[in-house]
Write a protein that binds this ligand. Structure first.
Ligand SMILES: C[S@@+](CC[C@H](N)C(=O)[O-])C[C@H]1O[C@@H](n2cnc3c(N)ncnc32)[C@H](O)[C@@H]1O
Length: 164
């Protein structure tokens, strides 16, 4: 029996807010020993949906700076909502941390993995619940599902009427 949720149903159920894991614990650890309102440049190497970044900004002094990285275009879109002159983001992998001048970062936070919207968005092809196809794109531009259907990807799902 095939019980996968359709794409249109999924769109209705994937708008829930993203919840950042270990929000206080991670930011407390990052800023430990830096005083009440630290200055200096801090780095969020995996911006995601910005939970950690927003909390870090709330803790920095006006002289503090936060530089973020993420490879996901949707993370960059989310980052554009942060109107704070102390904040900037680079749409590139955190391997580019190596480009920063030695000693320029006071601390770096890395929250490794995927963010839940990457799993919940059917078109990205990571979802076990929603029928979005097997694309598996965390960071690139993913093809529209209709195009993948034309390419015949769905035929490889035997429990859902495929032919293998
Ligand atoms: C678990 S999420 C981070 C969630 C984030 N801390 C928050 O509060 O929303 C991990 C993020 O790392 C990003 N990512 C994965 N590999 C990356 C890489 N090599 N360089 C930069 N970001 C990467 C993913 O796109 C994803 O947005």
């Amino acid at each position: 029996m095939c019980s996968r949720t359709s794409l249109s149903e999924a769109r209705l159920t994937t708008t829930a807010a993203h919840t950042t894991v270990l929000l206080d614990e991670a930011v407390d650890a990052l800023l430990a020993g830096a005083g009440d309102a630290p200055a200096g440049q801090w780095v969020d190497a995996t911006f995601g949906r910005g939970g950690h970044s927003r909390r870090i900004l709330s803790r920095l002094s006006p002289q503090g700076r936060l530089l973020a990285f993420d490879k996901d275009p949707e993370a960059i879109q989310e980052a554009a909502r942060i109107q704070d002159a102390r904040f900037s983001i680079r749409h590139e992998g955190f391997r580019h941390l190596a480009d920063l001048p030695v000693g320029s970062a006071a601390g770096v936070l890395m929250d490794l993995g995927v963010s839940s919207p990457q799993i919940d968005t059917p078109e990205r092809g990571f979802s076990f619940r929603f029928d979005g196809g097997p694309a598996g794109h965390a960071h690139g531009h993913y093809p529209r599902p209709e195009r993948r259907a034309v390419a015949g990807n769905r035929a490889r799902q035997p429990d859902c009427g495929g032919d293998t």
